[in-house]
Write a protein of this length. Structure first.
Length: 149
């Protein structure tokens, strides 16, 4: 199966009307949308998603932020989509994110950085299993041969 990543538009991205813009950047790149849901998550679920960061001083604030409104959870598929997705998103701290990246263009504060993307294939697989236990949608783009050799 082709590589997949988990992307989530955080509550600030939803509130600020950035959903279409963000989806558009992944679509236009040539990645394929394989799962999408719009939902509020429970505190325990947010804590599970960010379990690796539970010892960090900002963990409580991070969980508060993620449960503060609905999020858009997505599976995106394509060649090197995990690493390339992280490049499209930009550095964790928007003060360091390059212009042209999502965080570089739309965010100011590390605690309001608009979007999440898996940081490795291993964490992508774990996050997809957590957020999409039903698995990805099954479809192939008719544009595939125009994007991939
Ligand atoms: P990323 O979201 O780029 O993968 P991460 O996994 O290290 O970054 O951290 C998850 C989120 O936690 C991040 O998007 C914003 C928040 N965060 C990270 N480091 C922080 C810090 N030093 N202060 C406040 N929030 C932080
Ligand atoms: Mg991370």
């Amino acid at each position: 199966m082709a590589e997949q990543t988990f992307i989530m538009i955080k509550p600030d991205g939803v509130q600020r009307g950035l959903v279409g813009e963000i989806i558009s950047r992944f679509e236009k790149k040539g990645f394929y949308l394989k799962g999408l849901k719009f939902l509020n998550v429970e505190r325990a679920f947010a804590e599970k998603h960010y379990a690796d960061l539970s010892a960090k001083p900002f963990f409580g604030g991070l969980v508060e932020y993620i449960v503060s409104g609905p999020v858009v959870a997505m599976i995106w598929e394509g060649k090197n989509v995990v690493l390339t997705g992280r490049k499209i998103i930009g550095a964790t701290n928007p003060a360091q994110s390059e212009p042209g990246t999502i965080r570089g263009d739309f965010a100011v504060e590390i605690g309001r950085n608009v979007i999440h993307g898996s940081d490795s294939v291993d964490s992508a697989n774990k996050e997809i299993a957590l957020w999409f236990p039903e698995g990805p949608a099954n479809w192939q783009s008719s544009q595939h041969k125009w994007i991939y050799e």
